[in-house]
Design a protein around this ligand. Sequence first.
Ligand code: SF4
Ligand code: MSK
Length: 639
Amino acid sequence: MGKAGEKFGDKATLQMRDIAECENITTVWDRYKLQEPHCGFGTLGLCCKNCNMGPCRIDPFKEGAQYGVCGADADTISARNIARHIAAGSACHNDHGREITNTLLLTARGETKGYSIKDPVKLRTIATEFNIKTDNKNDNDIAKELAEKMLAEYGQQNGKLTFLKRAPKKQQEIWDKYNLTPRGIDREIVEMMARTNIGVDTDYKHIFFGGMRTALSDGWGGSMFSTELCDILFGSPQPRKAQVNLGVLKTDEVNILVHGHVPLLSELIVDAAQTPELLALAKEKGAKGINVAGICCTANEILMRRGIPVAGNFLQQEVALTTGAVELMIVDLQCIMPSLPQVASHFHTKIVSTSARANFPGTEYIEFDEKEGLDIAKKIVKIGVENFINRKQEKVKIPNEKVDFIAGFTTENINYHLGGSFRGSYRPLNDAIISGRLRGVVGAVGCDNPKFKSGTSHIEMIKELLKYDVLFVETGCVAIDCAKEGLLKPEAIYEKFVGDGLREVCEAVGIPPILHTGSCVDNSRILIECCKMVEEGGIGNSLDELPVAGVALEWMSEKAIAIGWYAVASGLLVVFGSPFFTLGSKNVTKFVTEDVESITGGKWAFEEDPIKAAHIIIEHLDKKRAALKLNPMMYPPKK
Ligand code: SF4
Ligand code: MSK
């Protein structure tokens, strides 16, 4: 965390924060300051309001205050709280996946406007995994069957989710042995909520076992459905060049920002903004064109597939509006600050909310319906175009910062970029790890957070790890931060902090040292990439043996807790910059940071200092390398 009064963030954000201050616009950083100091009981995970005998709190320093009214102790209370966070985070991703699956079904039936199957090859591959016969069937028939089978896995009561079969045998055996195998997606979430009621599950270990099963239903269930089906519906990404940061906003065009997560609307907003009638209307209103840019993960989705510029990440959503140059911000759900209408009220900016699941007071609500998809998208874009004439030129202050970068790496295309188009495979990656050119691979994911250094904490950690020849795959807001820092372009390998081995590997195949692999739900791509590394051989027979790790230093959302837990349950080390709220229980803290490793092979580590966090990861990768008896590292770390 920064010292009092110290400001962190990229240059454009800092510039806009100054403007917000001058204009008396309250932002996330001001509100954060007003919340300090945070409640100690909440931070330690020692308060419970699961029933009306409470709220109760455990006071570690007060004799006799070790139990809630019902008798629940610190172990039970903190474990129950985390399990509920896991359920909520998983529910978010799983519901997102449900929306996408349902849209595939409607599209296959010919009941949507604006969608089609863009990757029929992937459709057939995934359908085969679901035991669907594809011979002599058209795409729509296959898609209908696939969507129905996937939707059935939401309501399924017994059995196991199909994509769990993608994991190495050892992980599947562990999940079966410890009863961690998710049976049906909705079932696990409902059961977790039931088990954490007063007087139900009180054994902290047992609660965490339920929590892991719930989280696995996200990573290998709803999130994976979403990733695969978005590729089918919108096309599988390929590496493409784009630009990032607030400088992508244009002085002479209508600026429309799409913000949220589910790409169903943002994809069509991009299409609508390119229609001749709306472009003509923009000209009529005095604008040269319509500039669509993204915020947060819906930005990552349309970036990966269409190269649409990214205006910013989570912490930039308010300051994007203080540029005074945004005609319209369109929001769906997840990570949308309720403060946006208040910030927008200082400018001409209109905010349109679109999800039946998420109302935001102060916004104009236009419900998005896939059946009328493109028509609704056009109607919304028109609002932005017509608002251009209300822009106050004297209020327009767009920062200059914009950076080129490459995004669009996936499980399927990484092997071609690593191995060349004639011998696409994970072999070169595994060989680079075996030979000691690469120390390992780290998945850096998640949010940026004013509790840390607003995006710069993870940048400091990542630069330290790059010195030690660590290759990154990234998703979410951390990927946007790294793009702003210039780390997502191939030339980044020539930075003085990039290790020699990593440089050699990236130089040989022309990739950046950090591969942007999508949005939060696309963390499922990272799981599959790990499975491919195991399949390729030579660096371990299961996920827990690989020299890999996950990190979300500036984590913020309950979704991050769910993601972290499915990674830990899949055998990986996960590092967070601060613990989720469990430190008030010694047993729970020991379970999550030590004991769970003997069950799943994965575990948690918590470290706020970015350099220390990097060295926890380095130590972990080296431990895994030693266990596999891999070659010593070829080059010393960069100074
Ligand atoms: Fe208090 Fe127990 Fe009720 Fe929680 S469930 S509020 S600890 S009485
Ligand atoms: S948008 S969950 S702030 S990564 Fe996925 Fe960014 Fe975190 Fe939201």
